[in-house]
Design a protein around this ligand. Structure first.
Ligand SMILES: C[S@@+](CC[C@H](N)C(=O)[O-])C[C@H]1O[C@@H](n2cnc3c(N)ncnc32)[C@H](O)[C@@H]1O
Length: 218
C-alpha cells in the first residue's frame, strides 16, 4: 500500500490490526527460537504493537521500523516509556532502554541499523502488502537481515476474492515459492481463526487461517 493509505489509517485511528493483547503465536512459539536473552530482534512495520513489550520482557533489544509518526508516539506514550528522539538520516530514531523504533520507510532503512540483529518478528507486516509489493518487501526484509538470523512469521490466509485487503491472504504455497530462496522455512502452526475475526465473518468469508512459520535467513 502507499504511505498515504497508512497515514490516513493512523490519523483516523482506523487501526483494526492493532491487538490489545500479545499475539498468542508469539507467546507460544518464541521460545522455539532459543535465543539468548540479550539478542537484538528486528520488528518490521511494527505499528504500536505490544508484542514489542513482550520481546523486551524476554530481555531482548528490540529494533522496530514504522512509517507513521503518530503510531510511534502512541507506542511510547501508551506504555509510559521515556524516550529520546534523534534524526538518523531520513529516519527519526525513538529510543528507550530496550526498545528502539526507526520512524520512516523500511525501504530506505540503512542496513547498518540491523547488522547486529539475530532475530526478527513479522506479524501483520508481510500480509500488509498486496501481491505486487509483497515480493519487494520480502526481498528488503531479507536484505536487512544478517545470514543465520531466525524469526517468527505470522500470516493470514483466506480466499482473497471474498475480502479486500489489507490484511492480504498469504498462503503456505506463496511463502514457499517466494521466501525459500532467502530463508529456510518450517511451519510451526496453522489454525482456523474465523470465529475470532468478526470483520471476516460479517463479510461471509468462508475460512480464515492463521499460520506461524519459523524462518532462518540463509
Ligand atoms: C497492518 S499494520 C501492522 C502493525 C504491527 N505489525 C502490528 O502487528 O500491529 C502495518 C504497519 O506498517 C506500517 N507501514 C506501512 N508501510 C510501511 C513502510 N514502507 N515502512 C515502514 N512501515 C510501514 C503502517 O503504518 C502500519 O502501522
Amino acid at each position: 500500500m502507499e504511505p498515504s493509505f497508512w497515514h490516513e489509517k493512523w490519523n483516523l485511528q482506523h487501526i483494526g490490526f492493532h491487538q490489545q493483547d500479545i499475539n498468542p503465536f508469539l507467546v507460544q512459539y518464541w521460545q522455539e527460537l532459543s535465543l539468548p536473552a540479550d539478542a537484538q530482534v528486528f520488528v518490521p512495520l511494527c505499528g504500536k504493537s505490544l508484542d514489542m513489550c513482550f520481546l523486551a520482557e524476554q530481555g531482548h533489544q528490540v529494533i522496530g521500523c514504522e512509517l507513521n509518526e503518530l503510531a510511534v508516539q502512541q507506542f511510547f506514550t501508551d506504555n509510559q516509556l521515556e524516550l529520546t528522539q534523534t534524526a538518523v538520516g531520513e529516519h527519526q530514531h525513538y529510543q528507550t532502554e530496550q526498545i528502539s523504533v526507526y520512524q520512516g520507510d523500511i525501504f530506505t532503512l540503512p542496513k547498518t541499523i540491523t547488522q547486529e540483529v539475530t532475530a526478527f518478528y513479522d506479524r501483520a507486516a508481510l500480509i500488509a502488502w498486496p501481491e505486487n509489493m509483497r515480493v519487494h518487501y520480502a526481498k528488503q526484509l531479507a536484505n536487512l537481515l544478517p545470514c543465520g538470523s531466525i524469526g517468527l512469521l505470522v500470516t493470514l490466509d483466506y480466499p482473497q476474492a471474498a475480502l479486500n485487503g489489507p490484511p492480504f491472504a498469504v498462503s503456505p504455497t506463496w511463502v514457499e515459492q517466494h521466501l525459500s530462496d532467502d530463508f529456510d522455512i518450517e511451519v510451526l502452526a496453522s489454525q482456523d481463526v474465523l470465529a475470532e475475526n468478526p470483520r471476516f465473518t460479517k463479510k461471509a468469508v468462508p475460512w480464515l487461517n492463521e499460520a506461524a512459520y519459523l524462518l532462518k535467513r540463509k
